[in-house]
Write a protein that binds this ligand. Structure first.
Ligand code: NAD
Length: 496
């Protein structure tokens, strides 16, 4: 069994309380890791280490070129150890082989892109418009915010750890990252990589734990910024906790994303795209396209194709390299999803496909649910509430205006997609959709050079792209005077 220790100040250490717990393989239920739960003292030690490292010569001496090299080295090391990462991501987070491979590749690419961003970022920028020769030169200086507390969910453990640690290293901040209690393994492997490539001790500290550990971490007086990815419910609590000391905040939260298929869409691609949108990682993705809006004229033919193609999805166990969909993470999540399915049935929604558990033979050990599709309206609970499972609600609409009204009828605004062969029309819709990422004839693909985040209760701030980097920097206005004779400084006379 694997042992997961705390990574504090560059060392892997036991919990000072000796408290440990076991995590399980999502596919088989067997115990896979003994994990050290940090005590209150350990969390303090981790923040103190990050604070000390932030002001240390070792880290201050790493200029942007050096930090860029370190980011690239992390990317390369992840690829060198990709088999290890893939094997553990499958067991730890219930990822299919294909999803785990994509996650490891994407995380390595992300660090590589961050390496380039770091190298080219202008930490000092003169503003010509604001400057006047003979009067003043004006600059923007970008400085790291300081010690960060970063909290991530269980659905994409390595990707989420990468998205958090990348901008910390790029900007010159330091961090204590808390992985999700359920899935601590690959973030811990990343700690090994971070140590191997020579990131100074204390710059990155990685612990795990649940709500209590998370709350202690974000409340620490030396933490200057909180970066949280998780549910909207917990995001709200974190925001109110941060208010006391006005810590900087970025929140990447839940979603109920609208996927709109217009009459002029390429039907075959749109059907497969709609399935990919809500079934990737068994629907446990924040940007899942869980409200599928299909225009009236093509509705019946779309549904006929959709039901045929959904029956061809290969739900299989995690050892199967060709599995298209695996289990959901654990029994809690399984019960939650089945609860929503039963509720939607009781509300009278028509079941188009699935809506049951899969438990025969090899499936008996994990938590498997059939891909599930309902016909719903905004009166149904699952129109509004995030399920985080392989469930979609489908609705018919007539006009573009109606599509926009329906799509925006949500407290969330993380992502949306439009399937259409008319680019001008699709862009017109894109401007009106209240969502942070919008795809035309695509789904789920993200670009590390572009911002990702949510409108409304899907979050605050953006990760990735230049926006993601700026979230870890404070901007200073630097004024250099060109008036260096006393008689030029008439404004001083205001007090004489
Ligand atoms: P969660 O909110 O229950 O937990 C997320 C993290 O917060 C975990 O590490 C957990 O231990 C910690 N936590 C829980 N309560 C806390 C508290 N009171 N104070 C501090 N930390 C606390 O979410 P989850 O079930 O792990 O993940 C699923 C959710 O994450 C979904 O809502 C999903 O949409 C969202 N998510 C969003 C994005 C995004 O980028 N927008 C990405 C992935 C997942």
């Amino acid at each position: 069994m694997k042992e997961i220790k705390l990574f504090i100040n560059g060392e892997f250490v036991n919990s000072s309380s000796n408290k440990t717990y076991l995590t399980q393989n999502s596919g088989t239920g067997e115990d896979i890791a003994k994990v050290h739960l940090p005590s209150s003292k350990d969390i303090d030690n981790a923040v103190e280490a990050a604070d000390k490292a932030f002001y240390s010569e070792a880290w201050r001496g790493c200029d942007q070129n050096k930090r860029s090299e370190l980011l690239l080295a992390i990317s390369e090391k992840i690829l060198e150890r990709k088999k290890d990462f893939i094997d553990w991501e499958i067991k730890d987070s219930g990822s299919t082989v294909r999803k785990a491979k994509a996650d490891i590749h994407n995380t390595a690419s992300y660090f590589k892109v961050m390496s380039k961003v770091t190298k080219s970022f202008q930490f000092e920028r003169k503003d010509e418009n604001a400057s006047r020769p003979g009067f003043s030169e004006n600059f923007r200086l970008y400085s790291p915010v300081g010690v960060c507390a970063q909290i991530i969910p269980w659905n994409f453990p390595l990707v989420m750890a990468g998205w958090k640690i990348g901008p910390v290293l790029a900007s010159g901040c330091t961090t204590v990252l808390k992985s999700a209690q359920e899935t601590p393994i690959t973030a811990n492997l990343l700690a090994e990589v971070i140590k191997d490539v020579g990131i100074p001790a204390g710059v990155v500290n990685i612990i795990t734990g649940g709500a209590a550990e998370g709350e202690q971490l974000i409340s620490h007086a030396k933490v200057k910024k909180i970066a949280f990815t998780g549910s909207t419910e917990v995001g709200r609590k974190i925001m109110s906790k941060a208010a006391g000391t006005l810590k900087k905040l970025s929140l990447e939260l839940g979603g109920k994303s609208a996927n709109i298929v217009l009459n002029d869409a390429d039907l075959d691609i749109a059907v497969d795209g709609a399935l990919y949108a809500f079934l990737y990682h068994s629907g446990q993705a924040c940007d899942s396209g869980t409200r599928l809006l299909v225009q009236e004229k093509i509705y019946d033919s779309f549904i006929a194709k959709f039901v045929k193609r959904i029956s061809e999805i290969k739900v299989s166990t995690l050892e199967d390299a060709n599995a298209g969909m695996g289990p959901v993470i654990n029994k809690n999540q399984f019960d939650r999803i089945m609860g929503y399915i039963e509720k939607t049935k009781k509300e009278g929604a028509k079941v188009l496909y699935g809506a049951t558990q899969i438990k025969d033979g090899n499936f008996s050990k994990g938590n498997y649910i059939q891909p599930t599709a309902f016909e719903i309206t905004p009166d149904n609970t699952i129109w509004h509430e995030e399920i985080f499972g392989p469930v979609v609600g489908i609705t018919k609409f007539k006009t573009e205006d109606e599509a926009i009204r329906l799509a925006n009828n949500s407290i969330y605004g993380l992502a949306a997609a439009i399937w259409s062969t008319d680019e001008a029309k699709a862009k017109r819709l894109a401007f009106q959709l209240e969502a942070g990422t919008i795809w035309i004839n695509e789904y789920h693909l993200l670009n590390p050079g572009m911002p990702f985040g949510g409108f409304k209760q899907s979050g605050i701030g953006r990760e990735m792209g230049e926006e993601g980097m700026l979230a870890y920097l404070e901007v200073k206005h630097l004024w250099r005077s060109d008036c260096n004779k006393r008689e030029q400084k008439q404004w001083f006379d205001a007090i004489f």
